[in-house]
Design a protein around this ligand. Structure first.
Ligand SMILES: *Cc1c(COP(=O)(O)O)cnc(C)c1O
Length: 455
């Protein structure tokens, strides 16, 4: 019998626990600090924004955290997601390496973000929250949260960066279909928005401003909280369902990866697929390589500093210990919007610091070239973010050829690109360029951090 194309699980086999890597890290992460006092922040500082159960998950040291039945039921709408053996891609690349990919694009919102959106909406609902506010740039997170809030009969207010709001009307229509309210940010609904509009009525907005608007509405209104789609420990935790399924699927395939690859924006889909495999390294003596792929235009892991920085560009959040280019670093307008974040999550940063994961940065033209080759071989159009992982797969295959080895490679196809076809069109029209950063560019966001502790 020939090896199958799809390795599938039944709904009964959906894992019952998320994996919390904080239980097994050799060095614990450093605490978040209050920017004023520079003292560690406590749970009470976060309580106006997040439900207590999520704050507990943020600091938990328990290895496994049970997935609530209500969340598992909703996961059944698209989980377990398929893991594919990329036979046709292997043939195209003329390689003896085995290539597998986990496909998260089958979720209702088209990316992995739905995994944490449903969990976050659930815990908010349990604590009596009626409305969740959030920001969205490219639109994937707003879409996922809109879907999740609707599942639990909650309201969802999405502050969408003005330029995306104007350029991506279909994203807004999807969120509206799930019943969410979508506001172009800056809006006249918040003080933060009104202040910006007063000084610059035609501004195209920014993620930083949209975050301030969403936070302001959450803090000022009863039964209203705020949600984030990446970076925080609880978000990475919820995404581990991806890797937990892959462990079972690899077992079914009678295989085990030598390397696991994923793109990294804040770190949630990378953590999701790789942390359960890192557990095999930390507890069971395996030696899986986990490779995070960032865009060369926003290279926090490969060229940033490990230090305390704000999680947002406006400077509202606690200071987080992470690899960062500085919260004022302004990445070029590349087409993988989900990867344009200045820092990497605290968990991924500590793991890189301890040499337990690897990182590479790749230019966007190499990524789109790999993405198009993948689409021709396997049929699925990858999200521009996901093409970064695919480009690294191609590099691993090349290296294996040179070394005469046949590794087993697993990568996270974290979303489809159907709502990003303008990016592909621009690529075909020759409008996309690589961005070479100067030393000055790399220092531009860090210089404002002189007052905050370096690690
Ligand atoms: C949001 C997003 C990313 C980047 O975020 P991570 O937290 O690093 O996963 C990558 N790919 C897709 C498809 C996304 O929607």
């Amino acid at each position: 019998m020939s090896a199958p194309y799809k390795i599938l699980l039944t709904e009964n086999e959906i894992p019952r626990n998320w994996y919390n890597i904080q239980a097994d890290m050799p060095n614990p992460t450093l605490p978040p600090l209050h920017p004023g006092t520079k003292q560690p922040v406590g749970p009470q500082d976060l309580a106006p924004l997040f439900p207590m159960e999520l704050i507990k998950q943020e600091v938990s040291k328990e290895r496994f955290i049970e997935i609530p039945d209500e969340v598992r039921e909703i996961y059944k709408l698209w989980r377990p997601t398929p893991m594919f053996r990329a036979h046709r891609l292997e043939k195209l690349l003329d390689t003896t390496a085995k290539i597998y990919y986990k496909y998260e694009g089958v979720s209702p919102s088209g990316s992995h973000k739905t995994n944490t959106a449903v969990a976050q909406a659930y815990y908010n609902k349990m604590e009596g929250v009626k409305k969740i506010t959030t920001e969205t740039g490219a639109g994937q997170w707003g879409t996922a949260l809109s879907f999740a809030c609707n599942m639990f009969g909650m309201e969802c207010d999405v502050y969408m960066v003005r330029i995306s709001y104007d350029q991506k009307p279909y994203r807004k229509a999807i969120m509206n279909s799930y019943g969410a309210n979508v506001y172009a940010s800056p809006s006249d609904r918040t003080q933060a928005g009104r202040n910006i509009l007063a000084s610059d009525p035609t501004t195209s907005g920014s993620l930083g401003i949209a975050i301030s608007e969403a936070i302001e509405m959450a803090v000022q209104n009863d039964h209203t909280k705020y949600a984030l789609g990446s970076v925080l420990n609880h978000v990475l935790l919820h995404q581990t369902i991806i890797g937990e399924e892959c462990l079972l699927q690899m077992e079914k395939a009678g295989d085990f990866p030598d390397v696991v690859i994923a793109p990294l924006g804040g770190g949630s889909n990378f953590a999701g697929i790789s942390f359960p495999f890192l557990r095999q390294n930390l507890l069971h003596g395996k030696k899986v390589r986990a490779v995070a792929v960032e865009p060369a235009s926003c290279p926090k892991l490969t060229q940033g500093e490990f230090r305390y920085d704000f999680g947002d560009s406006a400077g509202y959040t606690p200071l987080l210990p992470m690899y960062t280019l500085g919260h004022n670093f302004f990445p070029a307008a590349i087409h993988a919007g989900g990867l344009r974040y200045h820092g990497a999550s605290v968990l991924c940063s500590q793991l890189l610091r301890d040499n337990l994961i690897e990182a590479v940065a790749i230019q966007q033209l190499e990524c789109f070239e790999a993405g198009v080759a993948f689409a021709k071989a396997e049929g699925i159009i990858p999200a521009p973010e996901a093409t970064h992982g695919i480009a690294q797969v191609f590099r691993e295959v090349q290296k294996a050829k040179e070394e005469g080895t046949s590794p087993t490679i697993l990568f996270n196809l974290c979303g489809h690109g159907f709502l990003d076809m303008q990016a592909y069109q621009d690529y075909f029209d020759g409008k996309l360029h690589d961005h070479v950063l100067t030393q000055e560019d790399l220092k531009s966001g860090i210089k404002d951090l002189a007052d905050y502790p370096k690690i």
